[in-house]
Write a protein of this length. Structure first.
Length: 469
């Protein structure tokens, strides 16, 4: 048995969750399908572990550094398992593991600042920070480990404990990650639970949970927020996006084509902040479509474990059906497929990398988040029209502007209604920056020190400068 391989779990002999390989559509393993009645015990253990975990910042930092080392050491076991259940190329799984370790180290070096309030009174007032208690982290299937660490690393660094629930489509690598981290963390500090819904919703509404952090769809996010409200728990919700890329009329199409293509198609388009719409000046529209279509036709699509694969399958049958539905609707409404436009005739959940042209602006592939390897390219007449179109959805996660004049591009980017705007690149984040959306793309802030303080509560102490009678 490999050092971190999970042994069969005898505690759940009759309650199992079947896990499919998206490259074949066939079952290859199982995970525990845990029941709602187990949550009380899980949350109670998290609360008991919190009593001591919150008291020693230096010990927490050391444990997080040891956790990062353990994650890196387990890479050869974690990466193939992640690829097998999620579908992404093996190189991308290793990158996700590296990002997980880096985030643990970043937050291990982070600590809240005690601040003094100077307001002219004869009182010394300090703002200190306290942890919240058990945190529920509910994670989707597109980046199971990376998004899990984005939730548990700041929560643990702040002195909270975490109950982590991955998607039922991708429970295995997260369970293995929990096993890896158990060697570095005290018992009960991080617990992984797996199972079908409504397990996640019940966890979010559990009265012992003090903060719920969730990544997923807006409808599910609303349900999570409603459940958390029953116990007045804090919520942080990252609810997806429909990011637009605006190309200005001075853009060098060939120079940016590779970056633009992968900003849209990485992880088979299953990235919340991927480019999902491109707006190109009318005179450059044909060149942009041609450049993107050329790359879509050349990219190597295959199983993530196969050498040379650049683009894997979609993660699950429902997501493939969604992408097919949006694409078919656009084609029926008069759009053309410059590349792709159909699922691939092979086992698994493969869809051809697709570039669409002549798409009606009210088509769902434009107005909604398709979350797959399909990219509409729309022409515009004026920059004002492009900005208006880019802002005309209910989402506001990210956006980008591409051009040679950086000052002009930044001025356009400043008009986008989103949480992050990039110039001449897209979907690149620093561990030190805040990550948040506007409109229906989210509530609260993750990332950087904002992510740390989001897991803390201010505690103010007033002390007189001298004794008073």
């Amino acid at each position: 048995m490999a050092p971190y391989q999970l042994a069969p779990d005898p505690a759940y002999p009759g309650e199992r969750l079947t896990v499919l390989d998206p490259a074949t559509g066939e079952a290859f393993d199982e995970a525990p399908d845990q029941r709602a009645q187990e949550l009380d015990a899980v949350v109670h253990r998290a609360h008991e572990a919190w009593r001591s975990w919150r008291t020693d910042p230096a010990a927490r930092a050391a444990a997080l550094r040891a956790s990062a080392d353990a994650v890196e050491a387990a890479g050869p076991e974690l990466a193939p398992l992640l690829t097998r259940e999620q579908g992404k190329p093996l190189t991308e799984s290793y990158a996700e593991i590296a990002r997980t370790a880096a985030r643990l180290r970043w937050f291990a070096a982070s600590a809240p600042e005690t601040r003094t309030i100077a307001d002219g009174r004869s009182v010394h007032s300090e703002i200190r920070w306290r942890s919240l208690g058990p945190v529920a982290a509910v994670v989707p299937w597109n980046f199971p480990l990376q998004l899990a660490s984005a939730k548990f690393a700041p929560a643990l660094a702040a002195g909270n404990t975490v109950v982590l629930k991955p998607s039922p489509f991708t429970p295995l690598a997260t369970r293995l990650l929990g096993s890896v981290l158990s060697a570095a963390l005290p018992e009960g500090v991080l617990t992984v639970i797996t199972g079908r819904e409504p397990l996640g919703a019940l966890l979010a509404s559990h009265p012992g949970i003090r903060h719920v952090t969730f990544t997923g769809s807006a409808p599910t996010g609303r349900s999570v927020a409603a459940g958390a409200a029953s116990g007045l728990a804090r919520v942080t919700l990252e609810l997806g996006g429909n990011d637009a890329a605006i190309l200005l009329d001075d853009v060098d199409v060939e120079r940016i084509a590779d970056r633009l293509f992968w900003a849209a198609f990485r992880n088979c388009g299953q990235v919340c902040m991927a480019v999902k719409r491109v707006y190109a000046p009318a005179r450059l529209h044909g060149r942009v479509v041609e450049a993107l279509a050329e790359r879509a036709k050349a990219v190597v699509v295959g199983a993530g474990l196969d050498e040379g694969t650049e683009l894997g399958p979609l993660n699950n049958a429902a997501q493939l059906a969604r992408v097919e539905r949006y694409t078919a609707r656009a084609l029926a409404d008069g759009a053309g497929a410059a590349a792709g436009g159909h699922r691939l005739d092979r086992p698994g959940y493969f869809h051809a990398p697709t570039v669409l042209t002549d798409v009606p602006p009210d088509s769902p592939v434009v107005t909604e988040e398709q979350f797959g390897p399909v990219l509409p390219v729309l022409p515009y007449g004026t920059v004002d029209e492009a900005v208006e179109a880019a802002n005309a959805t209910r989402f506001g996660l990210g956006g980008s502007v591409w051009g040679t004049d950086l000052d002009r591009a930044e001025a356009v980017a400043d008009r986008l209604e989103c949480g992050t705007a990039w110039i001449n690149h897209h979907a690149e984040l620093s561990l030190a920056q805040p990550f948040a959306g506007v409109k229906e793309s989210g509530v609260g802030v993750a990332g950087g020190p904002w992510g740390l303080y989001g897991n803390l509560s201010p505690f103010v102490v007033h002390r007189p400068l001298e004794d008073r009678p």
